[in-house]
Write a protein that binds this ligand. Structure first.
Ligand SMILES: [Zn+2]
Length: 43
């Protein structure tokens, strides 16, 4: 189904990093499961 992405994310609870549990900023939504810090560690 088609959902307006802006509306879709606005209705979601904050994403949390699966490594540290930190809230992930929406601007980093492309990384989905990891915050900036954990992405750097894993890189
Ligand atoms: Zn993290």
């Amino acid at each position: 189904m088609l959902v307006n992405s802006t509306e879709f994310f606005k209705n979601l609870p904050p994403k949390q990093c699966r490594e540290c549990g930190k809230e992930i900023d929406e601007q980093h939504e492309c990384y989905m499961n990891h915050c900036e810090d954990c992405i750097k560690i894993g890189d």
